[in-house]
Design a binder for this molecule. Structure first.
Ligand code: FRU
Length: 464
């Protein structure tokens, strides 16, 4: 929308990107084939969609502070997921219902029009994290007819419109159309500190009524953020990012988790959630969102995690965090597989010798146990059905992550960028994603163990 606050904020964002952008761009840890904020902070992917011939990726963007700050929706678009155009910020915290942040949300596309549903965050004076009050979490709708600017913005729901028994933490609308109606899922925290998902229904995209609530019989964390609900080959899946799930051995090792429940039955009525499976077992993965792209389901996550031990060196260069590569989601029974979209193979350049590898795509079929050390920093080790990530250097305060697959580690695909690695085990059965910070000049992969490897240097996304 265009009001005075919008205009002032737009000028400030443009100025900070112009003035601080070059310092961020010169950072050796700047990524080559992952989307990042031009300056400042990034968290969740938002509003992922395909609209006409364009893919749109919005993201939680704090342009004024590499450690967070007030959230806007940053914006990139692309026709092929490889050449990207950086567009002006789409949503600014410029309305009374979103002054302390345009929080996460989603896009519904209909007849070429983009409906952006988001949470408007309003912190009240005093303890704004007080359980029952202190924060307005408003559900709002911005409409864009051209995909690059917003023509109308309206408030749809306030805390008073959510069901009784909830704290002020209700957020992150994900909206879709089904059976002639519109559905919205929202993440929520109850007064007795349980995470759950609210299902709302609407006939006109604007007036919504509470239809159902989804949760587990036993408490599973205190807040479920960023819900996503979709059907895949006849089975529904509820994806969410629960906070407050305690570590159990190799599971839930990060401060916050993210994963999915298979949903049996009908999300509008009688349903049952199957067991929760994490979507990633590395250090850096949260708040994933999926969207439909002509028959395939794509997912992008936030490759970051605000854990206390993490000392991300990029903060000194005025930026922090990035998104994962886009992955395709498929299913194997009640399990989801996550694997990079084939488009990324177009970034493969010449084959490279292991000792020269720096930014690369590796496919490796190990025979038995083995280990590889990437750029004298990140250590990937496997034996039988177990795989671990640890560090020789460049850990930024992190230690070790471990995961298991069903049978044996048979195939590894590693996408390593300047400061991240995404390790896909057995073609997407497990994924471990992490940032890492090798010495900028360090190169090479040291292999221990037998197996066949194909290794390519990776090119960069074109971002204009
Ligand atoms: C998840 C989250 C969302 C919220 C957004 C704010 O990382 O906490 O629940 O909408 O980030 O930036």
């Amino acid at each position: 929308m265009s009001n005075a606050l919008h205009r002032d904020l737009a000028r400030l964002v443009e100025r900070v990107e112009r003035e601080d952008g070059p310092r961020a761009a010169a950072d050796p840890y700047r990524q080559r084939f992952h989307l990042m904020p031009p300056v400042g902070w990034l968290n969740d992917p938002n509003g992922l969609c395909r609209c006409g011939e364009w893919y749109h990726v919005f993201y939680q963007y704090g342009p004024f502070d590499a450690a967070g700050g007030v959230k806007h929706w940053g914006h990139y678009r692309s026709r092929d997921l490889l050449q990207w155009e950086k567009l002006p910020v789409m949503l600014y915290p410029d309305e009374p219902w979103d002054v302390h942040g345009v929080y996460s949300g989603s896009a519904l596309v209909e007849d070429g029009v983009m409906y952006l549903y988001y949470t408007g965050n309003v912190k009240q004076a005093g303890d704004y994290d007080y359980i029952t009050a202190g924060r307005g979490h408003n559900t709002a709708l911005a409409v864009s007819r051209d995909g690059v600017s917003v023509q109308s913005d309206e408030l749809l729901l306030t805390n008073a419109d959510y069901p009784a028994g909830l704290t002020c933490h209700v957020r992150d609308p994900k909206v879709w159309q089904q059976d002639g109606m519109y559905y919205m899922v929202l993440g929520a925290r109850t007064l007795d500190d349980r995470g759950e998902i609210l299902v709302f229904e609407s006939a006109d995209k604007r007036r919504w009524r509470h239809r159902n609530t989804l949760t587990t019989p036993e408490k599973f964390g205190y807040m479920w953020e960023c819900p996503d609900l979709f059907g895949l080959e006849g089975l529904s899946f509820l994806v969410c990012s629960p906070q407050g799930v305690d570590r159990q051995g190799d599971r839930y090792q990060n401060i916050y988790s993210s994963g999915y429940f298979p949903l049996h039955g009908d999300f509008r009525g009688e349903y049952m959630l199957g067991g929760f499976t994490e979507l990633d077992c590395g250090f850096d993965f949260y708040a994933p969102q999926s969207f439909e792209d002509r028959g395939r389901r794509l997912m992008i996550g936030w490759m970051g995690m605000p854990d206390a031990e993490y000392q991300n060196p990029t903060v000194e260069s005025g930026w922090q965090h990035c998104l994962t590569v886009p992955c395709e989601i498929s299913r194997d029974g009640t399990r989801l597989l996550r694997y990079p979209v084939p488009e990324l193979e177009k970034l493969r350049q010449e084959r490279v010798a292991p000792e020269n590898a720096k930014v690369f795509d590796l496919e490796y079929s190990p025979q038995g146990a083995g280990k590889l050390v990437i750029r004298e920093s990140l250590v990937v080790e496997w034996e039988g059905n177990r795989i671990t990530l640890s560090f020789q250097s460049g850990d930024a305060g992190r230690t070790m992550r471990r995961a298991c697959v069903e049978r044996e580690v048979e195939h590894l695909r590693i996408l390593a960028d300047a400061s991240s690695a995404e390790v896909f085990v057995n073609r997407g059965e497990r994924v471990l994603s992490t940032r890492y910070y090798p010495a900028p000049e360090a190169r090479g992969i040291a292999f221990t163990g037998a197996g066949e490897a194909a290794l390519w240097a990776m090119g960069a996304l074109e971002i204009q």
